[in-house]
Design a protein. Structure first.
Length: 200
């Protein structure tokens, strides 16, 4: 277990995800190294999958919808994303969640911000991961692909600005080699104006 050091460009908050309940904890990250099967599945999704898969529902509803459109060779990606969805569901305690799997090839959410949600769960399968920083610091921390990030949002009970963590999507438009990020975002079911049904 290591605490993030605000003076280092690459840093981690490695601790049990349940520690997000602590009043002084705003981010938890888990290191993961994707195997060849996962990397290949993510590449195939980028090549043949939909640009955006966005649903609200129970894990069973999400699994059914996801399995119905899987490109060949992407089963490992779907299974991992659903495992993460089950994990987020246990952490959040909500019977339904908002599940977003998106291909991103442009600069998105370039400003550092705090989401208007209780908890946000992120995993970038391809391309650079989420960037984050403490509200009172200019040091930007970068997250490797495959790692899991859990962020406390403004709607989390007892949230305050003291010690808050801001995050953003990494700018990619200026990279010399074009990159497509494949990002999984898991949220409370009403995040970002989702309707009461499970379809986007």
């Amino acid at each position: 277990m290591r605490q993030a050091c605000p003076t280092r460009p690459f840093s981690t908050i490695l601790m049990p995800f349940q520690n997000i309940d602590r009043h002084d904890c705003f981010i938890v990250q888990q290191e993961r190294h994707m195997g060849q099967d996962m990397m290949q599945a993510a590449a195939l999704w980028n090549a043949h999958g939909p640009a955006l898969f966005l649903r609200r529902g129970t894990i069973e509803m999400l699994e059914s919808a996801l399995q119905a459109l899987l490109p060949a060779g992407t089963q490992a990606l779907a299974e991992d994303a659903l495992r993460l969805a089950r994990r987020y569901q246990r952490l959040s305690g909500t019977p339904e969640i908002r599940f977003r799997l998106e291909k991103i090839s442009h600069d998105s959410c370039r400003r550092f911000h705090v989401d208007h949600v209780p908890l946000r769960f992120l995993c970038t399968y391809t391309g650079p991961g989420v960037q984050w920083k403490y509200a009172d610091s200019d040091t930007i921390h970068e997250t490797p692909a495959g790692w899991i990030t859990l962020l406390k949002g403004r709607l989390y009970p007892g949230w305050s600005t003291k010690g808050a963590v801001l995050h953003r999507s990494p700018p990619i438009s200026a990279l010399t080699v074009p990159v497509t990020r494949l990002l999984l975002t898991l949220d409370h079911p009403d995040a970002c104006g989702m309707g009461r049904r499970d379809d986007a």
